[in-house]
Design a protein around this ligand. Structure first.
Ligand code: ATR
Length: 378
């Protein structure tokens, strides 16, 4: 094929892509309108019969070389984006986005959920859970609660019949002493990140470890692989518990022996000080410290020279989406993943505990990534 005809065909593709993009944006704008009408009428974003009808008319009209499976693949992405747009509104409206969308539908019957922490202003949980409630048509709202008195917050949760809550920094390890019941797993992890109100009783659970397991399994199997976990705080506890439960082998590495050794001993793990990390290796390195988190994005928890010893590197940080650790690890040829999946999966398991329904994980991830990307570009 001559260079000229290749160039010509590529120009034709470019024109078609631009035309498609214009049509997709028009479609997105209509989806936003539909989302507003559904919110006004209190209708669920997800409508199985309607989605089936869309696939139906597409196949009816298909005259080109695309196979049914290819059409389904392309349109399942388009429909997923539509659901997100219907749940969270358009880009210009983002300032008023998910929370307002949910607020519009609040009535006397609306169940209240929230996050207990301090600070909570940067939390992605409200955006994520409100979008999920909207998608499934659940009459509920999720609010940020900046807690100044954790004991009072628990009393208030019972008094106000707040149906469930996420617990975040700095209360994950202090809240167990204040609630009525702690499930076996949260007890073993040594931290509570989820509260469920039943009648007048509050039960504490932990979903962080399950988030960590699903996130790691997206990169490599856990069973019989060797993990080097850096850090000894709450995030490290959940990661260590999850890997141990799934049959992985761990070496715990921490800056201070004082904090590292008790965690290592509690799980029967070898402990190595961070200053000696060159002495250890494994299939996967996991950072659970805040080193490299915004605004200190130039920092790294381990020296870059050790990264090539690992097949995979996980960073529990998700702001920035790609930390310096992950950039250097990629350059060293490692598979990498950030903390978004861990965060989304722990939230998905909370949603399951509160509602008993299958969480819309795909949408939850979409809105979180979108909100983070928006925050990082501002
Ligand atoms: P979380 O509960 O959110 O995991 P945390 O309890 O504050 O947070 O724990 C943070 C972990 O990151 C700790 O293990 C801490 O190490 P120390 O035990 O030595 O304090 C680790 N960490 C924090 N800043 C660090 C730094 N600059 N270099 C190395 N480790 C650091």
């Amino acid at each position: 094929m001559s260079q000229n005809s290749l160039d010509m065909l590529r120009r034709r593709i470019e024109d078609l892509d631009v035309a498609l993009l214009k049509l997709l944006n028009e479609r997105a704008a209509v989806s936003v309108q539909i989302g507003k009408l559904k919110a006004q009428d209190g209708l669920s974003v997800y409508d199985r019969l309607r989605e089936e009808a869309v696939y139906g008319y597409l196949l009816e009209h298909n005259q080109g070389p695309l196979k049914t499976s290819e059409i389904n693949r392309i349109f399942s992405n388009i429909i997923s984006v539509s659901r997100r747009l219907q749940s969270t509104g358009d880009h210009e409206a983002r300032g008023r986005s998910a929370d307002d969308t949910a607020t519009r539908a609040v009535s006397g019957n609306t169940s209240v959920y929230g996050i207990l922490g301090n600070p909570v202003t940067q939390s992605m949980s409200p955006v994520m859970h409100n979008a999920a409630f909207r998608l499934l048509g659940i009459d509920a709202i999720y609010l940020p609660f900046e807690v100044h008195d954790v004991r009072g917050a628990i009393v208030g949760m019972r008094a106000l019949q707040i149906r469930g809550a996420s617990v975040t920094h700095p209360f994950k390890t202090s809240i167990p002493g204040l609630i009525d019941e702690i499930d076996a797993t949260a007890r073993e992890v040594g931290a509570v990140n989820t509260l469920v109100l039943e009648g007048n009783s509050i039960r504490g659970s932990n979903t962080d470890w399950a988030g960590a397991v699903r996130c790691i399994q997206g990169l490599l199997p856990i069973k019989d692989n060797r993990f080097v976990v850096v850090g000894a705080g709450g995030a490290a506890r959940a990661v260590v518990f999850g890997i141990t439960r799934e049959g992985g082998k761990i070496t715990l590495v921490n800056r201070t022996r004082d904090k590292g050794l008790p965690l290592a001993e509690a799980f029967g793990l070898p402990f190595v000080p961070l200053a000696e990390i060159e002495k250890v290796s494994g299939e996967c390195l996991i950072n659970t410290t805040p080193v490299g988190m915004y605004p200190n994005i130039g920092e790294m928890p381990v020296p870059k020279g050790v990264l090539s010893r690992y097949k995979a590197v996980v960073d529990v940080i998700y702001n920035p989406l790609k930390t310096r650790l992950l950039k250097e690890a990629e350059a060293a040829g490692c598979l990498v993943t950030n903390g978004v999946d861990m965060f989304v999966y722990q939230g998905a398991e909370q949603f399951r505990l509160w509602t008993g329904k299958e969480p819309p994980v795909e949408l939850m991830r979409d809105v979180v990534v979108d909100a983070l990307a928006q925050g990082q570009s501002d």
